[in-house]
Ligand binder design. Structure first.
Ligand SMILES: [Zn+2]
Length: 290
């Protein structure tokens, strides 16, 4: 249940103005209550340089990215190492951030930064990791003085200022990946506002981006209204910023369906990330197996 979308529109505008949190509902029930906005942070990992064997182990846990070339893997490892050096990790609710946990999260951060580079993460100090989905208590007083209180159950959260917050156990399955989702929000934020338009590569003008993405979002809204199945989570329709983050997940996990649905959006994501999962999967399948 997305409580945010259930709010009256006037309140929603007010809420937007706060501009402080972007989050997605957790996919499953059974969340832990996160004690409002001050989690008990216990563990902390100090990153050290990792070996090739370490990264091979991380990559072995990520068969969904088996299409990456050796050159891309080298760059991703270098980016992930630099991310580990620059960012701090905290475990909430007793969760232990092991080097493997930090490495796996850093590898996802690297995928999003593959072309743009790590400058996109300059705006935050680190990552808080909860063991599972966490609950945020929300409280808002509207313009009539009525206080609204509700709970959001989340698998990830991004604040304009402040750390990225992730839930370890609900983070990834075949159709969703909240690590990619939250780092895509950080990428978006690197342009100055979280509005669904990240810093763009030189070959894409802001006008072209706007045209392609607003047209795609309008089409998705129309198709959902008519009961058609979308090739991505309908949470994408919560706004341009969620559309970008959810379609980024879709691009990495099942790009074929996204490309078939809207080739222009897919091409923009290829340019943005410097990766082409669909083409590279085809390429990979032609290579002789060892
Ligand atoms: Zn989101």
């Amino acid at each position: 249940m997305n409580h945010f979308d259930a709010l009256p529109r006037t309140l929603r505008g007010w809420f937007d103005a706060l501009k402080s949190f972007l989050r997605r509902p957790a996919p499953s029930a059974g969340a832990q209550t996160a004690g409002a906005d001050a989690p008990s942070l216990s563990q902390q990992s100090d990153a050290t340089a990792q070996t090739g064997a370490f990264w091979r182990d991380i990559e072995a846990q990520l068969p969904e990215f088996a299409w990456l070339t050796d050159a891309q893997r080298q760059r991703l490892r270098a980016l992930a190492e630099a991310f580990l050096r620059r960012k701090r990790f905290w475990g909430a609710h007793g969760f232990e951030v092991t080097p493997e946990v930090a490495g796996l999260i850093a590898y996802h951060a690297a995928l999003i930064a593959h072309r743009a580079g790590l400058f996109i993460y300059d705006g935050f100090a680190g990552v808080i990791v909860y063991p599972g989905a966490f609950v945020r208590q929300r409280r808002l007083e509207d313009e009539w003085g009525v206080v609204h209180e509700w709970e959001d159950e989340l698998s990830g959260e991004t604040w304009e200022q402040g750390p990225v917050v992730l839930a370890w156990h609900e983070a990834r399955d075949a159709t969703m990946n909240s690590f990619l989702h939250e780092f895509a929000h950080r990428f978006d934020a690197a342009s100055g506002t979280i509005d669904g338009c990240p810093p763009l590569p030189p070959e894409i003008s802001p006008r072209a981006w706007q045209r392609v993405w607003s047209r795609a979002l309008a089409r998705a809204e129309e198709e959902a209204k008519h009961g058609l199945a979308l090739p991505f989570d309908e949470y994408a329709l919560a706004g341009p910023e969620e559309f970008f983050a959810v379609l980024t997940e879709s691009f990495f996990l099942h790009g074929e369906a996204l490309q078939t649905w809207d080739d222009a959006v897919y091409s923009h994501l290829v340019a943005l990330y410097g990766l082409d999962p669909v083409q590279q999967r085809v390429q990979r399948s032609k290579e002789p197996r060892e």
